[in-house]
Design a protein. Structure first.
Length: 94
């Protein structure tokens, strides 16, 4: 398995699995919204049907059905961004 960290337009990335992160509500996440638009609403539809809320370590996987160069996408939840930042700041003081 080869993993690469890429910068650039995710919608143009050719790969087997495109993994992206999501802080909290996927409907409010810019990356998820872009993928959802490119996939004709399938991302948020799947998120709703599978109960994906962007909570820490939740995952949502989808085939792109040829609508993107990436064969599949994997959305990994990171939880609420504000809570995560607060925990990080608290850990710096220990």
């Amino acid at each position: 398995m080869e993993l690469r960290l890429l910068a650039g337009n995710l919608l143009e990335t050719q790969c087997d699995v495109l993994a992206v992160t999501c802080f909290g509500d996927p409907a409010k996440d810019a990356t998820v919204k872009a993928l959802n638009a490119a996939l004709s609403g399938l991302v948020l539809e799947a998120a709703a049907s599978e109960g994906f809320e962007g909570k820490s370590l939740q995952t949502l996987g989808l085939h792109t059905t040829g609508k993107l160069p990436a064969k599949r996408i994997l959305v990994v939840g990171l939880g609420n961004k504000a809570d995560r930042q607060a925990r990080h700041r608290a850990s710096l003081h220990h």
